[in-house]
Ligand binder design. Structure first.
Ligand code: PMP
Length: 410
């Protein structure tokens, strides 16, 4: 008998499975709305011009390909920390931020949950929002944490524009003192709905009262245009993180450079822990190394060099911000086109959330049966929770998508 005769077949990944079905479809009109990667106006993957320039700079340097230290490229982790925490952040100034490079956001989450499973002084359980990015659940479980859930939204509520803030607060209040609470720092995936700045302030007070631990996942940028972004002010995306740190929360932060720099396959990320002092930081650093060494020894070098080059070269940094705004503006224009077309077609239901949600994803409210119908009748693929990637829509397919949705819900 084969050694693997008793291995049961596992279910396909709910998100990556969508792409498999899409690939098998022969229709010229097919659309894959499952992917969480930006596409340009022609539906093609987008390599940022600032990234290409950084590639050129690095190529000319003819650098070697030696191993990085266990915690990665320190020029990169410094730049990543500055981007998230800001120039004048106390934990950075006081040299009490433990930070390590990670295999993108997923790897950051995996190291973070493994660290908590080993060292968190309270209950080894993590509260995730309902819904959340699907992979949060197995990542936390595989690291040995018990998974609990709290409400973050009830589907489209006209009054709150989606966020069930009262439900969220009630659940956070009900969790035992000192619980680990995962918070999406911005552009909540899959709903595209974030707390307002005032609501974040309330959450900070509540989390402090309950002595909860804030575990921030900052993997997806808002891809949302607002004043300041083009001028280099990323404060809005980082508001919650910076505010919580100012308020004295000892946060843990997972960062990814997949979406905001279009470096998906390079797997560049970071995880950082705000510590009480320099000496504590050194102890946390030492344990991070002990967790990482048997996992993958040390992280890949190229993506970290690219990110460092862009963040620390003023012209490239400025160029990058303009490119992010370009991606943001294209997504917003698709939100408007989709909304207008759905309304024009008198599609039953309320669609305002398509415009008010932020980031790459939109939670449409389509039911699983309607999602199935879209696949069967129109060759349009998305996850059964009704989440669509706005970035997959463009001038040539947005109308077809709206017409198909309209038919599927009528
Ligand atoms: N967290 C969230 C909330 C995400 O949406 C994603 C990617 N979709 C990730 C983490 C991890 O992404 P990556 O490992 O590609 O950086």
């Amino acid at each position: 008998v084969s050694a693997w005769a008793n291995v049961p077949a596992g279910p396909p990944d709910p998100i990556l499975g969508v792409t498999e079905k899409f690939k098998a479809d022969q229709s010229p009109k097919k659309i894959n709305l499952g992917v969480g990667a930006y596409r340009d106006g022609k539906g093609k993957p987008y390599v940022l011009p600032s990234v290409l320039k950084a590639e050129e700079i690095l190529y000319k340097k003819m650098l070697d390909k030696e191993y990085l230290p266990i915690t990665g490229l320190s020029d990169f982790t410094k730049a990543a920390a500055k981007l998230a925490y800001g120039e004048n952040s106390k934990p950075l100034d006081e040299n009490r931020l433990a930070i390590t490079q990670s295999i993108s956001g997923t790897g950051a989450l995996r190291i973070g949950t493994a660290f908590l499973a080993r060292f968190y002084p309270g209950a080894k359980a993590i509260y995730l929002p309902t819904p959340t990015w699907g992979n949060h659940i197995p990542i936390a479980k595989d690291s040995g944490l018990e998974v609990k859930q709290y409400k973050v939204k009830r589907y489209f509520d006209k009054e709150t524009v989606g966020l069930d803030f009262e439900g969220m607060k009630a659940d956070i209040k009900a969790a035992p003192e000192g619980s680990i609470i995962l918070l999406h720092a911005c552009a909540h995936n899959p709903t595209g709905i974030d707390p307002t700045e005032e609501q974040w302030k309330e959450l900070s007070v509540l989390m402090k009262e309950k002595k909860h631990f804030s575990f921030f996942d900052m993997a997806s940028p808002r891809f949302c245009a607002y004043q300041g972004f083009a001028s280099g002010d990323i404060v809005k995306d980082a508001f919650a993180v910076r505010y919580f740190v100012e308020q004295g929360h000892q946060i843990l932060l997972c960062q990814s450079f997949a979406k905001n720099l279009g470096l998906y396959g390079e797997r560049v990320g970071a995880i950082s822990f705000v510590c009480a002092d320099k000496e504590e930081k050194a102890r946390v650093d030492s344990q991070l190394k002990i967790i990482i060494r048997p996992l993958y020894s040390n992280p890949p070098i190229h993506g970290a060099r690219l990110v460092h080059t862009i963040l620390d070269t003023p012209e490239l940094y400025k160029e990058w911000l303009v490119e992010v705004k370009g991606m943001a503006d294209r997504i917003i224009s698709m939100r408007e086109k989709l909304y207008n077309k759905l309304v024009e077609l008198k599609t039953p239901g309320e669609w305002g959330h398509i415009k008010s949600q932020i980031g790459m994803f939109s939670f449409t409210g389509l039911k699983p049966e309607q999602v199935d119908k879209l696949a069967e009748k129109s060759s349009i693929y998305l996850t059964r929770d009704g989440r669509i990637s706005m970035a997959a829509l463009n001038e040539s397919n947005v109308e077809y998508f709206a017409e198909s949705v309209s038919k599927a819900v009528k």
